[in-house]
Design a protein around this ligand. Structure first.
Ligand code: ADP
Ligand code: MG
Ligand code: MG
Length: 883
């Protein structure tokens, strides 16, 4: 016989033993330890479950004996015996994993009730109907949950009985009726199990324990654990506890409570109870429960004790608790306590209040908040006080809430949205052809696709809420309906999406505005005090820059200039420049763009005065500046036919020749980044002048200007940077001397090609700073064209787990991350004062931010709406590292 312990009395356990006893078992044991009244019992450990799993369902040696001894000790302590006809012990069998998860076995209540014990229970309760009702509920629960008998078997028999008795509700059945029903239930159960139905409570107990172990292995549980990165080796514990009865009359009750309001975080009474009820009756919604405050009058003593216990347990765990309780004949018992789930707003309020109350430190508070929760607060959300149930759930693909009328067609969505109607676009999946509809919708719902599906990517880019891949929805484009089970939503019907949770509602729910309130600001100020990384934003225009600054950005880490060359007033000058035959002609053409660009910069610099701004010089996909090859050919043909003048014809022919010459098979790897500036030095020269003139103009007008950094894109060798730097530096010096001013201008480069990272020591000879362009660096390192992949194989790769995370969402630490780390090291070796930042989308991703903190970057730059999350994640990176 082995002496390994698999069974612990509740009195032996504690909160620290959670890995062994599971969350529920350790929680109840801890309450007992600190003197809170709980029903007595024992726990079979998670190890027993894992061992049983390893033995293909066979219990490890010693478990059987230990479980019986545990039961025996419980019988001695309670003075009752399982199956005893005079003083029967009834127990509940509750599963409890270390991390609470769905799909585990439902709790079995009232185990121990049988033909032999039912009369004793009736006698003790002085209520025959109660005893028989417990009995028939037990058979039903045990039959379904442990023996896997179809729920219909019992429900049909119950319905038949009600019909034959001519009653509406279960509660109208008499003790005699229920006695008959128990007989029927037993007979049916035995039939279903081919004569193997057991009526022995001891055997039922062992089979129930076994069923808990098995529930750890059910396919749903496997899938859930995989998705949530929970190890299969944790196992679940089994808690066997004496029953207490909330259904013994009006001085008995059952209820749930939170120590603070989980929706708002307010420090106030929050909970519900139901008199004369058992187990899940409160949440099952059969009868309407009463607010907890009313318990003060009905059950005053239990109420006082409960509120005192709530305070005590909150202080004990130093966090908001979610608790279950039962009152039996006026006496209070606690059945569960755990850290309460809460909304994002509540998480911040509770954290702030607990710090104010001196319960936890600011650092602890920061570590408790999920960065993703902040993200929710930056968007409109569904008012948490609603009581609607979602009709389905999908992936929370883009945060925020959307309310509107259902529309199944992108054109109609675009039309109605533009006319000012609020619509929600519902598609099987979206394609690039739907973008105009997405743009004019409040949000998007799709039946297919994952987090990187087209709809998800586009919606996130536009800041629109999106629920992708919603389960069990049927879309009929012909009939213009969305069917979810019994619910049919027609075109024009109201619908609400919660892109932060993935929930979908078949009605128009009230929304609350973004909650960048005092709690939010306060908690972020703690984060700012802790973090080492700077947080800047990517912004290409004055509006985004102002937003970024409002959300706490300490500068602009990436200001792209591509769009400054588009538009009907600018493109002709670009065409002129591209077809120019001499440098002078080219310069004349480019100089036409200069003042327009200067005014763009002035807007951004005004919004950011006093802070650093990093402007990236033109990084074109060249073809975007050129007319389409076919169109230009046609145009030339037309002019020839018309017999157009030599001057005009000549101009268009030259453009056509350039289009042919510059046509690229693969623009992504073509004349991009500084390569265009190498061909046409007039462009970087002009941009540098526009930047300096804008800096000066803002200084003059505002009395203050920005710290300016000029960034050269996409270099792969030091000579490129050396050349571009000289062009820029000369232009800067010239402009400054003309203005008679001295301003420090730093010139650096993007590191976004693997070769640039590998020769970073040589590139650093010409750079004041590096900014890692991790979007392109990921594309070029993995050889993946993002736009193509996210609509194609990448989704498949993520589903089949070839890739664990989307490398465009969270940095590929082992590959791209190593290039970054190496380049940081090499760059600093050459130039210890080299500034180091990152400006890819990863700059707003918490996991990536932790990595950038570790490799020692100076700052991250992300989209304006990610700035708070980044500030927060940067603080957590410091706290995690020191922990
Ligand atoms: P879940 O994890 O689904 O909440 P629980 O094990 O907490 O499952 O139990 C389900 C319900 O049964 C809860 O309302 C709980 O309070 C109640 N319950 C569990 N054990 C007992 C018991 N020994 N006496 C009375 N009620 C119990
Ligand atoms: Mg519970
Ligand atoms: Mg790039």
């Amino acid at each position: 016989m082995t002496d390994h312990r698999y069974v612990y009395d509740l009195s032996e356990g504690s909160a620290e033993m959670k890995p062994l006893l599971g969350g529920k078992g350790a929680g109840v044991a801890e309450m007992m330890r600190v003197g809170v009244p709980v029903p007595d019992g024992f726990t079979i450990t998670t190890e027993a479950c894992v061992e049983t799993m390893k033995r293909q369902g066979e219990w490890p040696e010693g478990l059987d004996e230990q479980a019986w001894e545990g039961l025996q000790r419980l019988e001695e302590r309670t003075g009752r015996k399982l199956g005893d006809p005079d003083k029967p012990l009834l127990v509940s069998v509750r599963s409890g994993a270390v991390i609470s998860m769905p799909g585990m076995m439902d709790t079995i209540l009232n185990l121990g009730i049988s033909d032999e014990t039912v009369e004793a229970i009736a006698r003790e309760a002085d209520n025959e109907r109660f005893a028989w009702d417990c009995y028939r509920r037990f058979i039903q629960m045990y039959g379904e949950v442990v023996e896997g008998i179809d729920a219909h078997v019992y429900e049909d028999a119950l319905t038949a009985l009600k019909e034959s008795e001519g009653v509406e509700s279960d509660t109208d059945l008499t003790a005699e009726d229920l006695k008959g029903l128990v007989d029927t239930f037993k007979k049916l159960s035995n039939e279903k199990l081919g004569g193997n139905w057991t009526t022995d409570p001891r055997e039922q107990l062992m089979r129930a324990v076994d069923a808990v172990f098995r529930s750890w292995l059910n396919p749903r549980a496997f899938v859930y654990r995989k998705a949530n990165k929970i190890s299969d080796d944790l196992g679940t514990a089994v808690n066997v506890m004496q029953m207490v009865f909330g259904n013994r009359g009006d001085s008995s009750a059952t209820g749930v409570c939170f120590t603070r309001n989980p929706a708002t975080g307010a420090n106030e009474l929050y909970g519900e109870f139901l008199q004369n009820a058992q187990g899940e009756d409160v949440v099952a919604g059969i009868r309407t429960p009463k607010p907890l405050a009313e318990m003060e009058e009905i059950l005053p003593e239990a109420y006082q004790q409960l509120t005192a216990t709530m305070k005590k347990m909150e202080a004990h765990y130093r966090d908001m608790q979610d608790m279950e309780f039962t009152v039996e004949n006026g006496k209070l018992y606690l059945l569960q306590t755990r850290n309460g789930k809460r909304t994002a707003a509540a998480a911040l309020k509770v954290a702030r209040d607990l710090v104010d109350e001196g319960v936890i430190t600011k650092e602890e508070a920061l570590l408790r908040i999920e960065p993703g929760q902040l993200d929710q607060l930056l968007h409109e959300a569904i008012d948490p006080s609603h009581s609607e149930k979602p009709v389905t759930e999908g992936l929370p693909a883009s945060p925020g809430a959307a309310v509107g009328e259902a529309v199944f067609d992108a054109d109609l969505a675009a039309e109605r949205g533009a006319a000012g109607d609020k619509v929600v676009l519902i598609r099987f999946e979206t394609t690039p052809d739907d973008i105009h509809g997405v743009l004019q919708s409040q949000g998007v719902l799709t039946a297919h696709g994952g987090m990187t599906s087209h709809a998800a990517v586009v919606a996130r880019g536009m800041g629109k809420p999106c629920v992708a891949g919603a389960r069990g929805i049927k879309i009929d484009y012909e009939a213009k309906t969305l069917t979810i089970g019994q619910t049919v939503i027609h075109e024009g019907d109201p619908i609400t999406l919660d892109g932060s949770t993935g929930e979908v509602y078949a009605s128009a729910l009230p929304l609350i505005p973004p909650q960048i309130n005092e709690d939010f600001q306060e908690v972020l100020s703690w984060a700012d005090a802790v973090r080492r990384l700077g947080v800047e934003a990517n912004a290409d225009n004055a509006t985004d820059a102002a937003k970024a600054r409002e959300l706490g950005a300490e500068g602009i880490g990436l200001c792209r200039t591509e769009h400054m060359f588009f538009g009907p007033d600018r493109l002709p000058a670009m065409h002129e420049m591209i077809t120019a035959e001499t440098p002078e002609e080219r310069k004349t053409a480019v100089d036409k763009i200069l003042p327009m660009q200067q005014s763009d910069f002035e807007g951004i610099f005004t919004a950011m005065k006093g802070l650093p701004v990093t402007v990236r010089l033109l990084d074109p996909p060249l073809h975007e500046f050129l007319p389409n090859l076919v169109e230009q050919s046609l145009k030339v043909q037309e002019l020839e036919l018309k017999g157009a003048g030599a001057g005009e014809l000549d101009k268009e022919r030259r453009l056509l020749a350039q289009v042919k010459k510059l046509h690229e098979q693969n623009p992504m790897l073509g004349t991009r980044g500084c390569r265009l500036g190498m061909l046409y030095p007039e462009i970087p020269d002009m941009q540098a002048r526009a930047i300096i003139r804008a800096v000066m103009a803002v200084l003059e007008r505002e009395g203050e200007t920005v710290e300016i950094n000029i960034m050269i894109p996409l270099v792969f060798n030091p000579t490129e940077l050396e050349t571009q730097r000289r062009i820029v530096a000369d232009a800067v010096a010239d402009e400054l001397s003309k203005a008679g001013k001295e301003v420090e201008v730093r010139i650096g480069t993007m590191i976004e090609l693997p070769r640039a990272a590998l020769v970073a020591d040589k590139i650093a000879e010409h750079a004041d700073f590096f900014s890692f362009g991790t979007n392109d660096l990921t594309q070029t390192t993995l050889g993946i064209s993002r736009d193509d992949a996210e609509n194609g194989f990448l989704t498949e790769y993520l589903q089949t787990k070839v890739l664990k995370v989307n490398p465009f969402a969270s940095i590929d630490v082992d590959g791209v991350g190593q290039l970054v780390a190496g380049a940081v090291e090499k760059g600093r070796r050459t130039n210890p004062k080299l500034g180091l930042g990152i400006c890819g989308e990863h700059g707003g991703d918490p996991d990536s931010i932790h990595f950038f903190h570790e490799v020692g970057l100076d700052y991250v730059s992300c989209s304006p709406f990610r700035v708070p999350v980044a500030r927060f994640a940067a603080a957590q990176a410091v706290l995690r590292a020191t922990k």
